[in-house]
Design a binder for this molecule. Structure first.
Ligand SMILES: [Zn+2]
Length: 77
């Protein structure tokens, strides 16, 4: 799935919105091929999605407990 800037003059797909689309979401044929959104509707969609999915930090190889354990070992030596 990709979000790209809309290069064609198409209406926003949101029901009742009369703006022209600025972005489209390509689903590669999974649902409808493309959904076009104006900036206002896409921001509204983004804030609704943010309620469902809270971004998490990328998992690191250096876990805090490992680092403190290693530092304790270094001090012991
Ligand atoms: Zn719209």
């Amino acid at each position: 799935m990709k979000v790209e800037e809309c290069r064609h003059t198409v209406k926003c797909d949101t029901s009742g919105c009369k703006n022209f689309a600025k972005y489209y979401i390509s689903t590669r044929g999974f649902l409808k091929n493309e959904f076009a959104f104006c900036e206002e509707c896409l921001k509204s969609l983004y804030s609704e999605l943010a309620k469902l999915f809270v971004p998490r930090a990328i998992e690191s190889h250096f876990k805090p407990d490992r680092i403190t354990r290693r530092r304790k070992n270094e001090k012991a030596e």
